[in-house]
Design a protein. Structure first.
Length: 268
């Protein structure tokens, strides 16, 4: 090897592909792994459909005593929230951590945030795909949207935003622990959010401490926003409150995820 050739090779450096291309590369890889991990996708679809059908069958007659409520319309957002909560490719991230692939990626010029954001882009794609069958079931049972076709789009976007911000907690757990068991049990974090809210009844029908807790629960405002698109049309107050509550949760969850990413990269 000549001195000139050695000098040229010494000046060669890996070139950044660009932030968006890096995000899309990570997202594409995550989506391609979905067929190998169907056990992480099928239950989030089956459970909300089952929950929706059972709840309607068991409580619809009882709910008829509450004025102004169509219980199918009331419960469809609950089924949607169950469907989109906890959907993430964090298990792919855990596998990469355990196999050392994440450490090797950390040595490349790829933007560290792109490693996380790419997975979240894949999550949003899955979340939107999972909302469609549940909404289709609602249509089959006679649920309509007072807000029209545009309202359906906003409904899906708000649900997708909630699924995205909740995934921040899951990625924080994945990056901090690198443990698949911890990631798989992360859905348990959501249960207090949903059961201590307007899951079965409107807030006006709740009493005592449950009514107080529901007033501070962000999922209450998320459900109100989704329900307003179905039964009321365009309720700006409900929509702004719902989106605001989701964004507050997002600030917390994404901060935790980014801190965990920074800590993991330092270890790598």
């Amino acid at each position: 090897m000549t001195t000139a050739t050695a000098g040229v090779q010494g000046r060669v450096r890996a070139r950044r592909a660009g932030f968006l291309r890096e995000v899309m590369a990570v997202a594409t890889r995550a989506l391609r792994s979905v067929p190998r991990d169907l056990e992480t996708v099928i239950p989030p679809l089956v459970f909300p459909v089952f929950f929706f059908a059972v709840t309607i069958g068991a409580l619809q007659d009882v709910a008829e005593g509450i004025p102004g409520i169509d219980y199918k319309e009331f419960q469809l957002p609950v089924a949607i929230v169950f469907a989109v909560t906890g959907i993430s490719r964090a298990i792919t991230l855990v596998t990469d951590i355990q196999t050392g692939y994440f450490d090797r990626l950390s040595l490349t010029p790829v933007n560290r945030v792109a490693l996380l954001l790419g997975l979240m882009v894949a999550d949003v794609t899955l979340i939107v795909a999972l909302t469609l069958p549940v909404i289709g079931l609602g249509f089959a049972l006679g649920v309509g949207f007072e807000s029209g076709p545009l309202g359906i789009l906003v409904f899906v976007l708000i649900a997708g935003l909630w699924g995205l911000v909740y995934s921040g907690f899951i990625y924080a757990i994945a990056l901090k622990t690198g443990n698949p068991g911890a990631v798989n049990s992360s859905f348990l974090l959501f249960l207090p959010f949903v059961f201590l809210t307007t899951l079965w009844l409107p807030k006006e029908a709740l009493t005592g401490w449950l009514s107080t807790v529901a007033s501070y629960n962000p999922v209450t405002y998320l459900l109100d926003a989704l329900r307003s698109l179905i039964s009321e049309g365009w309720d700006a107050q409900a929509l702004l409150a719902g989106i605001g509550a989701v964004l507050v949760v997002g600030v917390v969850s994404m901060s935790l995820a980014l801190l965990a990413l920074h800590s993991r990269v330092r270890k790598s």
